[in-house]
Ligand binder design. Structure first.
Ligand code: ADP
Ligand code: ZN
Length: 525
């Protein structure tokens, strides 16, 4: 029996009767009250925070059909299937609809039988559809994943831009924009782009107490990933990589180590993509090794571990990706592996970017916040939330730095040695060569350039190769070094390096945990 909403039903009754829940969570009831009153709303809630009910309940309570704009077909189909299970008459309108489904949908629409219609933005904005839908009684328009409208965001979808025109076709219909991206810049952008400056704003806390956040310098990458995934062999995990190639390589290495691992990236054939998604959704224990193409709309609740093999470009992207773990509320682990080369390369790419200056500055600021997060010696959760303007009063107690406080040491002398070695070798070499010089290792390259005759040769003998790599990485993270040219040559950034070289600035370095000191990577697995 299809559920038929009577006009202006009580939200709490709908929550009980249709969804079977006892109470609203967090800000849900406030959001719903605003939408019921016909106000526009912007809702910021972390992944798993319960955004869907914020529009589903009022769509069922208010007279007319609710329209939900969603960027992904898979996401729409999942939601529709779940709603139909509950007896709600929901449908999705997108380009992959079978002819038969489309016929049924048109009939339902004409008869006014639909409660909730999910639709892709390009479909909603096509002139025929807009006119056709504008003739129906529409209870609300929800714009899901609203950050897709922001060109600053990491998931920009140009077709979202057109949503600004909705009030012309649907005057007086309340709009509710929802996102799990908490960055204040993106919020402002959403409101401006949708012309919703008068919207009520609802921010819930982004703190996810069940996420155990950890970050480590890269050592033997594949061993580190394996160790992180090992406790979760019977569950689902996601490993994010910076490139398509790397997803395939890492998936193979994990398979060789007995994991069920699948690569996923935008370059896969559509059927391979779909089958990977289907298997992931099916609930079987597995590891998806993916680029950022894997993510939006993946709502498997029992992801127990998310590993980053390369540093995300911003705290927003990082938060979003680790947020795919532990959606069921149970404990989940996250591990971010980072290296000096990644950091320098990310900065280098940004410098080379052809994006407009203003945009580049924003991306730069985000990248620097991300780098600071990797190197922080204090609570990572506090650091991450502060990127979103949220102050966690106490350290979280469940990140690596809280659980095992990091010790720091005065690295001023080591920093001077490293910077001198880079200066004396002409700022033309990467970390591997500089480390050889510091440690007095007579390599072929050292001999070729006669670097064994430099005064800096061997000044850092008593420290390991990995220790020097960590020091160089931390100097890079602080901005005292940058990578110039395509060969990864380290160059000194004078403004920042000078006070260190002159002994005017004491610099504290973090003591690296043993596993990242074991061996430094020459190349990825
Ligand atoms: P989001 O879209 O914000 O990531 P969802 O809307 O998918 O989150 O909700 C996450 C989970 O929480 C879902 O399984 C949903 O059924 C559940 N949930 C949401 N609101 C409530 C509530 N008031 N009571 C109980 N469970 C809820
Ligand atoms: Zn903490």
């Amino acid at each position: 029996a299809a559920f038929r909403p009577a006009a202006a039903r009580d939200p709490l009754a709908v929550l009980h009767e249709v969804f079977g829940y006892t109470a609203f969570r967090g800000l849900q009831d406030e959001v719903i009250a605003a939408v019921m009153a016909g106000e526009d709303a912007l809702v910021l809630m972390p992944t798993g925070g319960g955004k869907s009910l914020c529009y589903q309940v009022p769509a069922l309570c208010r007279e007319g059909m609710g329209i939900v704009v969603s960027p992904l077909i898979a996401l729409m189909d999942d939601q529709v299937a779940a709603l139909r299970q509950l007896g709600v008459n929901a449908a999705a309108l997108h380009s992959e609809l079978a002819a038969e489904e489309l016929g049924r949908l048109r009939a339902d629409l004409s008869a006014g039988r639909l409660d909730i219609l999910y639709i892709s933005p390009e479909r909603l904005l096509s002139p025929g559809t807009t006119t056709w839908l504008a003739r129906r009684r529409v209870s609300l328009i929800a714009i899901d994943e609203a950050h897709c409208i922001s060109a600053w965001g990491h998931e920009f979808r140009p077709e979202y831009r057109g949503l600004a025109a909705l009030p012309e076709s649907f005057p007086g219909v309340p709009r509710i924009a929802l996102t799990a991206t908490a960055d204040p810049r993106t919020q402002a952008d959403i409101l401006a782009a949708l012309g919703m400056t008068a919207a009520r704003q609802f921010h819930s806390s982004f703190h996810r107490p069940n996420l155990f956040i950890a970050a480590r310098a890269k050592g033997q990458e594949i061993r580190q990933v394996e160790a992180a995934l090992a406790p979760h062999r019977q569950a689902a995990s996601i490993v994010y990589c910076g490139s398509r190639n790397k997803t395939e390589r890492v998936a193979q290495s994990l398979q060789a180590r007995g994991f069920t691992a699948l690569a996923y990236h935008a370059g896969l054939a559509p059927d391979r993509k779909r089958s990977a998604l289907d298997r992931f959704r099916s609930g079987e224990p597995m590891v998806i090794v993916a680029t950022i193409a894997f993510g939006m709309g993946i709502d498997r609740p029992d992801v127990r571990c998310v590993v980053h093999l390369d540093m995300p470009a911003s705290p927003e992207a990082y938060y979003q990706q680790i947020g795919r773990a532990g959606r069921d509320g149970a404990r989940a682990d996250t591990l971010l592996l980072y290296g000096g080369e990644d950091i320098a390369r990310a900065r280098h790419w940004l410098e080379q970017s052809s994006a407009p200056e203003s945009e580049r500055r924003v991306m730069q600021a985000r990248l620097e916040s991300m780098i600071a997060l990797t190197e922080t010696v204090s609570c990572r959760t506090q650091g991450l939330l502060s990127c979103f303007g949220e102050n966690l009063a106490e350290p979280c107690g469940h990140c690596d730095n809280c659980l095992a406080p990091v010790s720091t040491f005065d690295g001023s002398e080591a920093a001077r040695m490293a910077l001198s070695a880079i200066y004396r070798t002409g700022q033309r070499f990467g970390a591997v060569h500089v480390t050889s010089v510091l440690r007095g290792k007579l390599t072929e390259a050292v001999e070729r350039h006669a670097h064994q005759h430099l005064t800096v040769f061997g000044i850092g003998k008593e420290r390991s190769e990995a220790w020097w790599r960590a020091t160089i990485r931390q100097l890079t993270a602080r901005g005292a070094l940058r990578i110039s040219g395509e060969h990864g040559a380290l160059a000194i950034v004078p403004e920042i390096a000078r006070p260190i070289l002159r002994g005017e600035e004491r610099i504290m370095l973090r003591e690296e945990p043993a596993d990242s000191l074991r061996s430094a990577p020459r190349r990825p697995p």
